[in-house]
Design a protein around this ligand. Sequence first.
Ligand SMILES: *Cc1c(COP(=O)(O)O)cnc(C)c1O
Length: 364
Amino acid sequence: MKLIEQDKNESFNIDEPIWISPNGNLLDIEIDAKFDLQKIKNAYPNLWRYEDAIAINQQDGIVSLNEGFTAIEKIKLNGKEIYIKHEQLFSTGSYKDRGATTLISKAKQLGVKKIVQDSSGNAGCAIAAYAAKAQINCEIYLPENTSNSKISQMLAYGARINKIKGDRNATSIAAWKAAKNIYYASHCYNPWFFEGTKTFAFEVCEQLGWKSPDSVVLPAGNGTLIIGCYIGFSQLLKAGIIHQMPKIIAVQTETCCPLYDAFFDTNNSDNNYSSNTIAEGIAIINAPRAEQILNAVKETKGTFIKVNEVEIKDAWIKIAAMGNYIEPTSAATIAGLEKYIQGSLDQTIVSLFSGHGLKSKSLI
Ligand SMILES: *Cc1c(COP(=O)(O)O)cnc(C)c1O
């Protein structure tokens, strides 16, 4: 097990308290993931059932809210059967708990006493909750216009909030500065976050009878789930559990689709992307791991799909009419899923409800 520096291939001990290389390059975690199917079958139904495939030793103590192994449900959408993971049912209301449990567990094992994070939404809530459980001091940087319900949630967990004037980028810069002296629990940079999001792939595979789906339809903002899925399915492939990678289908909104444009080589020289969308959670203009996201989609022979505001709202209404109250950001993925299944002959398609609706405004 080691930390590998992107582009340089230099490696570091996994017990180094770093989240980026000394040269400023992104880090990934290398592990020889093991899957003992009998042992897993008998293990407790949370994401730590895959402990031999996670680079964190449970014996050394983990910070857990009993997260993961979310239900997978077969639903009928526009006449087709689709598997949906209920990722809105995590303790803090989104799948970000997957990454928070591994990142904060690692921080705790490293003896970290204080962390800093920047997020206007669910990642901040998840990191704040797990920091509370770990009794680690947590400081969150937010853009001034962050929704009140999410700020209240972070405050309830005991996080300290710093509101930053200006756009999201100004917030990132402020957090980056603070991270010079404080451990950066970033869901975009810190590789330990992806050690958790990859368990989405493990669960899907196990819940389908240790088989790979043909495709997974996922949101694309900072790509924490896309990169997690790519890592997870790659490790299952390498271990001989599955024999083919699922295609990764990535969904963005028309107002903010820099990765879509990069994928199709669209010349958008104005770069006039806006976070003015009801799917604010994926309105990310500069994803730090953009290259990694594009590679994951390319290598799995997947594609990008973009959706407009009307399509997102319609998807949200359709899903609510089936009894599921999801965050508008989550409805963007479902709108993309509806477009994808129109033209695809894939037999097994998996997607998700990424966040719970109770945190955000109703769309009707
Ligand atoms: C974080 C999040 C997303 C998008 O995830 P990225 O990692 O930014 O690609 C989608 N939906 C919800 C509810 C989220 O919290």
